[in-house]
Design a binder for this molecule. Structure first.
Ligand code: NDP
Length: 228
């Protein structure tokens, strides 16, 4: 579970923990919340990813479920965006997911089963003004997950995407009240999501009941995308 020390990732980690699963969460120096195994890992660094998996697997056994949740925003309009701003977001959100999926796949192949769940965003499907870097990284996860689903499906490994809408976390706390109101006006359910509501979709995708679901994009967006 990447980025499991706070926000949506922590809610997902707690949901797995409550179901009796052994959970390891990554952090970048904050430590892990009480009761969870924390492994230090910046997903932009392949060596840190490898060391974090080694540590988590030494403690908990081979990974069965990967949740690639770590993500950042660094918004700006296209003409004002610089290369570092674009590359930084794609490196953390998309290439970071590639790095952890690749390492997880080697363990899952040995188990001949596994579940990979990638946390994308409604913005990856609809686009967002000022978020070309973020939207590209999140859209990329869909093609990535579907490719993994095709490559590894015959080994009983599934790869799916969850696409949340606006969720109340540190990431969205930074937005102005005006921007929050504009977003809320687009939500048929007329409220923002709580992190637990994203966790529900993720734990379902990891469960036995979702064994025949792969390559899917599950929106948890209050109806903003109406299934897209
Ligand atoms: P937060 O900003 O609250 O948390 C982000 C998490 O990602 C933190 O745990 C952070 O770790 C971790 N992280 C960021 N960069 C890295 C990195 N390079 N290596 C390892 N960990 C990293 O975000 P949310 O909980 O809101 O978002 C979680 C995911 O959900 C993200 O992928 C986001 O894009 C996505 N999402 C969020 C939505 C929302 O409305 N909040 C909507 C749609 C999607 P640290 O504490 O060390 O910074």
């Amino acid at each position: 579970m990447t980025g499991g020390n706070r926000g949506i990732g922590l809610a997902i980690a707690r949901a797995f923990e409550a179901a009796g699963d052994k959970v390891a969460v990554t952090h970048r120096g904050s430590g892990a919340p009480e009761g969870l195994l924390g492994v230090h890992c910046d997903v932009t660094d392949t060596e840190q990813v490898s060391a974090a998996f080694d540590e988590a697997e030494a403690a908990h056994g081979r990974i069965e479920v990967l949740v690639a949740n770590a993500g950042i925003t660094d918004d700006g309009l296209l003409l004002r965006m610089d290369d570092d701003q674009f590359d930084g977001v794609v490196d953390a959100n998309l290439a970071g997911s590639y790095r952890v999926a690749k390492r997880a796949a080697s363990s899952m192949l040995r188990n001949r089963r596994g579940r990979m769940i990638f946390v994308s965003s409604v913005v990856g499907l609809s686009g967002g003004a000022g978020q070309a870097n973020y939207a590209a990284s999140k859209a990329g996860l869909v093609g990535f997950a579907r490719s993994v689903a095709r490559e590894l499906g015959s080994r009983s490994i599934t790869a799916n995407v969850v696409a949340p809408g606006f969720v109340t976390t540190d990431m969205t706390e930074a937005l102005s009240e005006q921007r929050k109101k504009e977003i809320l006006d687009q939500v048929p359910l007329a409220r923002f999501a709580e992190p637990d509501e994203v966790a529900g979709a993720v734990t379902w995708l990891a469960s036995e009941s979702a064994g025949y679901v792969t390559g899917a994009v599950i929106p948890v967006d209050g109806g903003v995308g109406m299934g897209h």
